[in-house]
Design a binder for this molecule. Sequence first.
Ligand code: PGA
Length: 277
Amino acid sequence: MSSKVRKTIIAGNWKMHKTVAEAQALAEAVLQGVAKELAGEALPDIILCPTYVSLPAVLNVVNAPDGKTANKQNCFVGAQNMEHRDSGAFTGEIAPGMLTHLGVTHVILGHSERRQFFGETNQGVNLKTKAALAHKLVPIVCVGETLDEREGGLTDQVIRRQVAAAVEDLSAEEVAKIVVAYEPVWAIGTGKNCESPEANRVCKMIRSTINELYGTSVADGIPVLYGGSVKGSTIDEQMAQSDIDGALVGGASLKAEEFLPIIKGGAKRLKLMATKA
Ligand code: PGA
């Protein structure tokens, strides 16, 4: 199986930005831009991940029946986190079923900001990955090394451990449904890109880790995204790599005019894959 069978995914992680009204306006601008500038083209999966409070508004835009947002079948809404338990006395948390009830289809798990500022562990990410799959949410599992780990030559070891921990005790059928995002912590929000060949090498290693655990047919189908200061000016080179199947975008997803060129980069990858097929 070659990379041509894998989905191309462009996800926007809006982090703790935008009021509900602003999130709605951004979603409208992105979808209208896609309808206008990419009319008739094969599109990557576009996943918009606003804050919890903006999820209903963004879902309304994505599901709007007014025809302004053509190609919306490729557009999905994701949460940035969730609790793994179904309900209970967990003040401030959001359960998986609450997300699916709204129409949310994806969830970012284990983002480095969750690990760094909110104490998320590999074990916690594993519990959340299992819960997401049990609720038919697509988990976008984030992994990545810190600058210290990279400089200490620990990148591969850290990434392998994070990937293996996230999928522990999952069946092959379950693992086949996940998306992994390689996000070197030192490249997030810093303007520093991980060089594309190196990002590709790590994405390949993520796939080979899954291959060792679950075999080629599972590993070859899993989309592995790159994240960390992705911009319109970097996306073409990133999308030309063999093992980078898309992007998880923070800062550049907050303005439609900056996010659209990245979506176009995803569309170009689809064309490239089609010519290689
Ligand atoms: P960035 O963030 O694009 O602003 O670097 C990426 C992310 O944190 O997912």
